[in-house]
Design a protein. Structure first.
Length: 235
């Protein structure tokens, strides 16, 4: 089966971003994808950090959640919904949330970004915690393509969530990639990596779709031939 990552260069307009996401998801379906993943902040890359707070939705209702559900059902494809802003119990903050919908449009799981990026050097400073409430739950979801673990951006720096080589699994990374309306430049390089660490397909920059084969049987053989997890000495 094939899985896909959607790369976007999202702007400040919610409607245009939703249309761009829809067209790219359709391309993924045309390429035979059973599952497609959207990038972080696909609905909006605002001019100000607080713009995402303004368009935050209540969990379970809202146009972004409806869009993801309806598109998954229309395309008969599992969608890993990048991130959308969901309202937090803390005033003026959101959860940076990844929702997964199956091919019937039913919600399978929710992951709230746990690790929030923080940086300070001289006059330059950025703190995600200013507008985001962190999650506190590791989430795995059973899907049509198998069990998937969810992580968002800065999460990948923490081995508790990301141990691709040790766990001998596939990693699908969907990214923003280009220069945005707000002047921000993102790195792109959306990719699918196999259990040996081989990059199967990668898109450097610009909006587009990467799509490649996920071979579950081959993954099982790799784990049998090199049972790395059984070799652990520290638990």
């Amino acid at each position: 089966m094939k899985i896909a990552a959607i790369q976007m260069v999202s702007g400040v307009d919610l409607d245009r971003n939703m249309e761009a996401a829809y067209q790219l998801l359709c391309q993924a379906k045309q390429r035979g994808a059973t599952l497609a993943a959207l990038p972080e902040y696909w609905p909006i890359m605002g001019r100000r950090d607080g713009d995402k707070v303004v368009c935050a939705e209540e969990p379970g209702s809202g146009r972004l959640q409806t869009f993801l559900s309806q598109t998954a059902r229309e395309l008969a494809m599992t969608i890993v919904g990048g991130t959308i802003p969901l309202k937090s119990q803390v005033a003026d903050k959101i959860y940076n949330t990844c929702l997964v919908f199956d091919a019937q449009g039913q919600a399978l799981g929710r992951y709230d970004k746990i690790h929030l990026f923080g940086f300070h050097q001289g006059q330059e400073s950025y703190q995600e915690s200013t507008t985001i409430t962190p999650g506190d739950q590791v989430v795995c979801v059973d899907t049509e393509v198998g069990k998937i673990g969810l992580g968002i951006c800065y999460d990948l720096r923490f081995p508790e969530l990301f141990r691709q080589m040790g766990n001998q699994c596939y990693v699908l990374a969907a990214a923003q990639g280009g220069t945005h309306e707000n002047g921000r430049r993102t790195w792109g390089h959306s990719m699918l990596i196999d259990p040996w660490g081989k990059v199967l397909e990668c898109l450097d920059e610009g909006a587009g779709v990467i799509c490649a084969e996920l071979d579950v049987a081959a993954m099982a053989i790799i784990r049998d031939n090199l049972p790395a997890l059984s070799h652990r000495k520290f638990i």
